[in-house]
Design a protein around this ligand. Structure first.
Ligand SMILES: [Zn+2]
Length: 439
């Protein structure tokens, strides 16, 4: 609309000019170097306008001509860049497909074609790793540390290398540096927690855990359970260090964080006893039992008041499990105590209930003991022992990562180092045997 108005205004101006000139006729004569031109003012104006137009067009053409080399250079740069990115893409596809030769070839091409070291260095490092050249990969990762935009990627590469090589000290340092750089990256926080834990750096582990919870990297319940685990390890360290009061404080906090975490409950109950607070220990255990029914809690509770009278001990177990009398662990604990006291009928009744709900080799083996103790009948006892051999194994501290069974709970699996991997459960598979070499 505005253009149209401009055009109309311009046309009006030209017409007005033409009329103005036509109204004032005149004659112009030019004489120059033996040339002579006689013409009217109108023609001269038209010729002058035509000459100006031709001059402007000529200048434009000249400019276009002069800019040809520059345009050629820009075009070839663009083409180079495009081919470079294509190589980068193909290289990354090769890495994903696990083709080391192609990845290396494309990485070199991308490096030559592209002036983007951050991108090509990562591809080169990955290609080197695919080729099994960890030293070259480390060089690339280390070079990436010098540039702000690639520092984090370089750290991640070096961290993964250190963890694979089992160099936990270097891994811990790298993970701490990665956290300073990007404190809100979930894998940095979870990895750092595991490394601090494996190194026994409990304060560091607690701090990372708090941060992970604050940034919602871990669900609240999971974070609380892990804090309980770290606190329990601190309680154990303090006790080993002959500081039973500190140990008791740590165990108390661990128990508060996760009431269903039986090792913490057992440690708290036992340490209350060590610190001379039997009555409180008993109250804590009785209250905790429905949430944390576990043989370790039974042992801690019974250990509070060692008695020479096994019947007395059996009555104490009855008091402990009163909060959850029908739980299979309650019945198992009562059966074991009754067995020790020679209360055969009671032991048999509890074991029958256990076997009906959750048959296990341990329950059958205890039943065999009852038969032997009560009726001195080796044949019936053998029947129960045969059943025990075929029954599913009893629950034990089993690593969810490597499947090994451990005699006691620890925060890191002694076999594979998995953090918070041990669960009180039925061992799921036979321990893994090394695979025979393929022929
Ligand atoms: Zn393990």
């Amino acid at each position: 609309m505005r253009r149209l108005l401009l055009f109309v205004a311009l046309a009006a101006l030209v017409v007005a000019g033409a009329v103005w000139v036509a109204d004032r006729p005149g004659h112009i004569a030019i004489r120059w170097q033996g040339w002579r031109v006689d013409t009217s003012v109108a023609i001269l104006l038209v010729v002058t306008a035509a000459l100006a137009l031709a001059f402007a067009l000529g200048l434009r053409f000249l400019g276009w001509f002069v800019r040809i080399p520059r345009r050629w250079r820009a075009w070839s740069r663009e083409r180079r860049r495009r081919r470079g990115y294509q190589s980068l893409t193909l290289g990354m596809v090769a890495v994903a497909a696990g083709d080391p030769d192609e990845a290396t070839r494309q990485a070199r091409r991308a490096d030559v074609l592209l002036d983007e070291p951050p991108l090509t260095m990562l591809l080169s490092a990955q290609a080197a790793q695919l080729n099994g050249d960890e030293a070259a990969a480390r060089r690339y990762f280390t070079a990436m540390l010098d540039r702000r935009e690639t520092e984090f990627l370089g750290l991640r590469g070096l961290l993964m290398q250190a963890m694979r090589a089992g160099d936990s000290e270097a891994a811990l340092e790298l993970a701490r540096r990665a956290r300073r750089l990007r404190p809100d990256t979930p894998w940095v926080l979870t990895t750092l927690f595991e490394l601090e834990t494996r190194a026994g750096q409990w304060r560091g582990a607690e701090a990372v855990l708090a941060e992970a919870q604050r940034r919602r990297v871990l669900p609240a319940a999971e974070a609380r359970h892990r804090r309980a685990a770290v606190l329990l390890e601190q309680a154990r360290a303090a006790e080993a260090d002959d500081r039973p009061r500190d140990a008791g404080d740590f165990a108390s906090r661990a128990h508060d964080e996760d009431r269903a975490f039986a090792p913490a409950t057992a440690a708290y109950v036992r340490l209350l006893g060590v610190n001379g607070r039997q009555r409180k220990a008993e109250r804590v255990a009785e209250k905790a039992w429905p949430l944390a029914p576990h043989p370790e809690v039974v042992a801690a509770y019974v250990g509070l008041a060692p008695t020479a009278d096994p019947v007395d001990a059996a009555r104490r177990v009855d008091r402990l499990v009163a909060g959850a009398p029908d739980h299979v662990e309650s019945r198992m604990a009562q059966a074991v105590a009754a067995l020790r006291a020679g209360l055969w009928g009671e032991a048999r009744q509890k074991l029958e209930a256990v076997i009906a709900e959750r048959p296990s080799s341990r329950a059958y083996a205890l039943m065999a003991e009852v038969e032997e103790g009560e009726s001195d009948d080796p044949l019936t006892a053998q029947k129960w022992l045969r059943l025990a051999a075929d029954a599913p194994p009893s629950e034990a501290w089993t690593c969810g990562s490597c499947g090994t069974v451990q005699p006691a709970w620890t925060i890191a699996c002694p076999a594979c180092g998995a953090v918070d991997g041990l669960r009180w459960q039925m061992p799921t598979a036979a321990p893994m045997l090394p695979k025979p070499e393929a022929a």
